[in-house]
Design a protein around this ligand. Structure first.
Ligand code: UGA
Length: 437
């Protein structure tokens, strides 16, 4: 075997491209297969179809080691470890749609030399079910823990790498683990089912943390506490930690909503009612809708009002709008009779169809011009840098609902804005208990 093992990557989506580019950066020849001819051609020209900081540069720098093809035969001939990176979107039932994964498995042919390395997020039990049908194939579960916007960084500096393999696939497990050794993070060797569960449980736990702090935020609003201060005080406890305690208008994206539902569903399929996750999901849905009430509190009826959405993507540094809160807000505002205008530094073009009748603007100022209220949906740094004096002059009514507690509330209030954050009541509500000293 050559010193740096060649690898195959199946599916040139976000996970596949980050995986391919990072392994190429580590010196591996990487053979990437996707079924979409135009995508393969544009990648071969060095054009990257998604926005992920650092990814284009990495692909360009490692062009010689990256090979893009539509032909599975090319990949099978060149590599034995085949990273499956196809997507597993949710079905109407809440279960994950595994049809793309199944197609990959079918295409692999008979071979004891190849192993499928599962990076796609799959239900617990998927590996066992594939092995039952294809005991000729090696099988390794190697879930990804990449965050959109910092995926390259996360890959190169992992908190941990999880490698799950059954007794028959330990050699393949060793080879997969060896690929990550240069990165220096802890490598968790375990069985396939536990590896699959680590992925789902990690996302479910992080989503739980967010829904928890959002509920604390809502209660803080009633009782006069500031959730930012509460999170700061809680997060310094090592057992709690400061991460994922940012209150806001709910989590979105392609992972948390899907994976939390999938785990709930998976438990349900076994007859177990996962009550905690049911609450986590419900809190998240209600959190998005509370924004409408905050606008109504100041504007009364929203019929005929112009409302600006600052940010469309589900978080900054990505153009991904899957399960983005902006989509729910846009629909809800329009059904309340408001006219919605929205701006996002990168996601505007993608969003046009999904935002219904919303008007996509070319700049934040265009979106804010004449608006009766604005909602900060995504914490893009450039929104903090806006000339808020000019914004105030341009808006029909200077009302800002800061869905991410991101803007400088004192500055805005000094300039005459009405500012509403999340979980940050300014004065104790009537009837709030006297603080205990
Ligand atoms: C998430 C996980 O963080 C990754 O570890 C995982 O690999 C990935 O899903 C996946 O399964 O592929 P990602 O969806 O890119 O990554 O985004 P996050 O940064 O985790 O944010 C998710 C959502 O939670 C965003 O809408 C964000 O605004 C929200 N969030 C995050 C909060 O509302 N509060 C926080 O404190 C943190």
């Amino acid at each position: 075997m050559p010193e740096r093992e060649p690898i195959g990557v199946i599916g040139a989506g976000w996970v596949g491209l980050v995986t391919a580019a990072c392994f190429a950066e580590l010196g591996h020849d990487v053979h990437v297969r996707d079924i979409v001819q135009e995508k393969v051609e544009s990648l071969a020209r060095g054009e990257v179809p998604i926005y992920e900081p650092g990814l284009s540069d990495l692909i360009l720098q490692n062009r010689e080691r990256l090979h893009f093809t539509t032909d599975m035969g090319d990949v099978l001939q060149s590599a034995q470890l085949l990273f499956c990176c196809v997507d597993t979107p949710p079905l109407y039932s809440g279960d994950a749609d595994l049809s793309r994964v199944e197609r990959v498995v079918e295409e692999l042919g008979d071979s004891r030399e190849h192993a499928i390395v599962m990076k796609s997020t799959v239900p617990v039990g998927t590996g066992r079910s594939i092995r039952r049908r294809r005991d000729d194939l090696g099988y390794v579960s190697n879930p990804e823990f990449l965050k959109e916007g910092t995926a390259v960084e996360d890959f190169m500096h992992p908190d941990r790498v999880v490698v799950g393999a059954g007794p028959e696939s330990q050699d393949f497990g060793d080879r997969v683990a060896a690929l990550y050794e240069p990165l220096g993070g802890p490598i968790v060797r375990t069985d396939v089912e536990s590896a699959e569960m680590i992925k789902l449980a990690s996302n479910a736990f992080l989503a739980t943390k967010i829904s928890f702090i959002n509920e604390i935020a809502n209660v803080s609003e009633e009782l006069g506490a500031d959730v930012n201060e509460v999170a700061r005080g809680m997060g310094l406890d090592n057992r709690i930690g400061p991460q994922f305690l940012r209150a806001g208008i709910g989590y979105g994206g392609s992972c948390f909503p899907k994976d939390v539902s999938a785990l709930k569903q998976l438990a349900g399929n076994t007859g177990y009612h996962f009550q905690l996750l049911t609450a986590v999901i419900e809190v998240n849905e209600l959190q998005k809708r509370r924004t409408i009430q905050k606008l109504q509190k100041h504007l009364g009826s929203l019929v005929g009002k112009d409302i600006a959405l600052l940010g469309i993507s589900f978080k900054p540094q990505t153009d991904d709008i899957r399960e983005a809160t902006s989509l729910v807000l846009s629909a809800r505002l329009q059904s309340e009779g408001a006219h919605v205008r929205a701006f996002d530094p990168v996601a505007g073009a993608r969003a046009a169809d999904l935002l219904g009748g919303a008007d996509i603007k070319d700049s934040a100022l265009d979106a804010l011009d004449g608006a009766h209220g604005a909602v900060l949906v995504t914490e893009w740094p450039e929104f903090r840098e806006l000339d808020w004096g000019e914004v105030k002059d341009r808006m029909a009514q200077p009302l800002i609902v800061d869905g991410r507690n991101f803007l400088d509330s004192e500055l805005l209030e000094r300039q005459g804005f009405t500012y509403e954050g999340v979980g940050r009541a300014h004065a104790p509500a009537l009837g709030a208990p006297t603080p205990v000293r």
